[in-house]
Design a protein around this ligand. Structure first.
Ligand SMILES: [Zn+2]
Length: 600
């Protein structure tokens, strides 16, 4: 863990993602970008003419989609090159250029939606019925109808499109500070040698069995965030104001309502999540007590949350071992799914290693017509194994969708995305519980599940509450200072973890390091997705083929249906509290299993 972090050019090719499959080199990207700039004006001839004939309408929409598809590839290449080495100024500029192209396309196509919505719905329906090819856009037209009240005039839409790039400044500044400029100090590692803290190493250090190590890492990281607290407060506050500006411009009652309506999720799904999780906080408090007992400490601190409860279990996993585990674990999904997954490993979907300047964390990305790439910052532990399974869940979802749907529906909403990824984690957990004989390792995995549940359902719901709270504060005319953010965040931790936990003052600064607060009401979907996945994995394991078939057809649906409807067909109804309650039962059962095993 204390080995030197490689420079980007030192990473072996086999461990890097195959971005050359999108553009063979940077020159080709520049050429295509240049062509794109010239071709983007081809949409102009349709301006003001969408109601002229079904042919014009079809050609205009096809042109728009064709340009968007091409931009998707340009953007994917540029942002992933940037992410692999955020300190590389050439790629930073390339990403800027891609954002610029996106802004040009949005300006050029800003007339399409308002023109469609300005049309008499009967005229639009008649045009659609006239031409078979337009039937393929039926669901898109239906979505448009639902937006009718929130689309502005052509001039206003154009203005908003132009403002969009400037509105990204807060999150870009956050990214630059957090990923490139911020430097963490060195601390004494487990072997007594100095180790420099990085984003990638922080989690591993917090998992250390040596309390001094995890305490030192915890304190060093949050002291660093504290020293930049005003800058971080400015970037977060800027983001929140931007969210609200856009929501108010579009006449929504709140930023939250605007964000959820984009994917047609009723606010009640969000409220119900927060309510149901709040009702079940005593289960989290019970887990805190169990942890305190297992660690045999007088006081349980925030830096004691990530270390395994089970002592002396060596459970390191190399990347090669992880590959095998993931392949075995998804077996219940059938041969075809497994083969697609193997192909992902062979075809360099994954950028495996951490290197200097690489974006922290992990994600699955890509665009229609590219491979569904995965960014990792590999460390040899169980956490990375589960993350790999998770990201492959996303990438396989993309793979199924893109090979089954036309471009217009070749994407999926984030609300369903987390179901596909978390399901793989649930299968991996099940696989471990079935195959592990070693009591200590079994305990480790049970604890890992409880910890994952804490991190996904409880923690993300806490994030969701925080997000709702800071937006509401600004919407009510308040402001977000560093001290205010810190106090609110700290208080939420007190509520969530309860009386058996010492809520260290440092945790108050955690809001500063969470990239998801820049994603506009994204995180609640981790919790709803997790709950849906828990319910679906149960169906797949108990029911077999019929449940697998429902799930695979869910993966192929893309965005051709509303997410709530897709999930209903797959087997879970998210408009009820039921899936969240089921997930809570699973948490309680696992607590029981763990306590029982500990007593034997
Ligand atoms: Zn995910």
């Amino acid at each position: 863990m204390n080995k030197k972090v490689l420079e980007r050019h030192e990473v072996p090719v086999a461990d890097t993602w195959d971005l050359e499959s999108i553009f063979s080199n940077d020159e080709q990207w520049e050429q295509v970008a240049q062509q794109f700039k010239e071709r983007v004006s081809e949409i102009d001839e349709f301006r003001g003419r969408l109601d002229e004939s079904s042919n014009i309408l079809f050609r205009a929409l096809s042109k728009q989609l064709e340009l968007e598809e091409q931009l998707g590839k340009l953007f994917t290449y540029a942002h992933m090159r940037h992410d692999q080495d955020t300190g590389n100024s050439y790629y930073a500029a390339l990403q800027d250029q891609a954002y610029g192209l996106m802004s040009i396309l949005e300006q050029k196509t800003a007339f399409v939606t308002p023109e469609l919505l300005a049309m008499d719905p009967k005229v639009l329906d008649a045009l659609v019925n006239e031409k078979d090819e337009l039937q393929a856009f039926a669901h898109m037209f239906d979505q448009l109808k639902k937006q009718r009240d929130h689309v502005l005039s052509e001039k206003e839409e154009e203005l908003l499109a132009r403002a969009k790039e400037a509105l990204l400044a807060s999150s870009q500044a956050f990214g630059a500070l957090n990923n490139a400029d911020l430097e963490f100090p060195t601390i004494k590692g487990e072997d007594g040698k100095e180790v420099q803290i990085t984003h990638g190493r922080f989690v591993s250090l917090l998992q250390s069995k040596n309390r001094e190590v995890r305490k030192a890492a915890f304190e060093a990281v949050y002291a660093t965030y504290e020293s930049y607290k005003n800058t971080f407060a400015a970037t977060l506050s800027g983001q929140v104001k931007g969210d609200i500006f856009q929501a108010q411009s579009r006449k929504y009652n709140s930023a939250r309502e605007a964000a959820l309506s984009e994917t047609h999720i009723p606010l009640s799904v969000y409220d119900q999540l927060v309510e149901t999780v709040d009702e079940h906080l005593p289960l989290l408090h019970r887990y805190v007590r169990l942890r305190k007992k297992c660690l045999e400490v007088d006081e349980l601190h925030m830096y004691d949350l990530y270390t395994p409860i089970v002592k002396d279990v060596d459970f390191s996993v190399t990347y090669e071992e992880a590959k095998q585990k993931v392949i075995e674990a998804v077996g219940p999904l059938g041969e075809e799914y497994v083969n697609r997954l193997k192909k992902g490993f062979d075809d360099r979907w994954v950028d495996v290693q951490e290197n200097k300047g690489k974006r922290s964390g992990a994600y699955s990305s890509g665009a229609y017509g590219t491979k569904p790439f995965i960014l990792m910052n590999w460390q040899d532990d169980v956490d990375n194994l589960f993350t790999l399974a998770h990201e492959f869940g996303h990438s396989l979802h993309s793979d199924y969708t893109r090979s089954s749907q036309p471009y217009v529906y070749g994407d999926y909403t984030i609300f369903v995305a987390e179901v596909a990824s978390t399901l793989n984690e649930a299968l991996l957990h099940h696989h471990f519980i079935e195959t592990l004989d070693d009591k200590e390792k079994k305990l480790y995995i049970l604890n890992y599940f409880l910890e994952g549940f804490r991190g996904t359902v409880f923690r993300q719901t806490m994030f969701a509450e925080f997000e709702q709270l800071i937006h509401a504060k600004v919407e009510a005319g308040g402001s977000l200072t560093a001290d205010e953010l810190t106090r609110e965040y700290y208080d939420l931790n007190v509520k969530y973890y309860g009386e058996d936990m010492v809520i260290d003052k440092e945790i108050g600064y955690e809001w500063a390091r969470i990239p998801h607060f820049y994603y506009n009401f994204y995180v609640f979907q981790y919790a709803t997705g997790y709950s849906a996945a828990a319910a679906l994995s149960k169906q797949i394991l108990e029911e077999g083929q019929p449940a697998v078939d429902r799930f695979l057809s869910f993966l192929k649906t893309g965005s051709s249906e509303y997410p709530i409807d897709m999930l209903k067909k797959a087997g879970v109804d998210m408009t009820t509290a039921e899936p969240i309650k089921q997930a809570m039962q699973l948490f309680e059962q696992t607590l029981d299993q763990m306590e029982e095993l500990l007593e034997n």
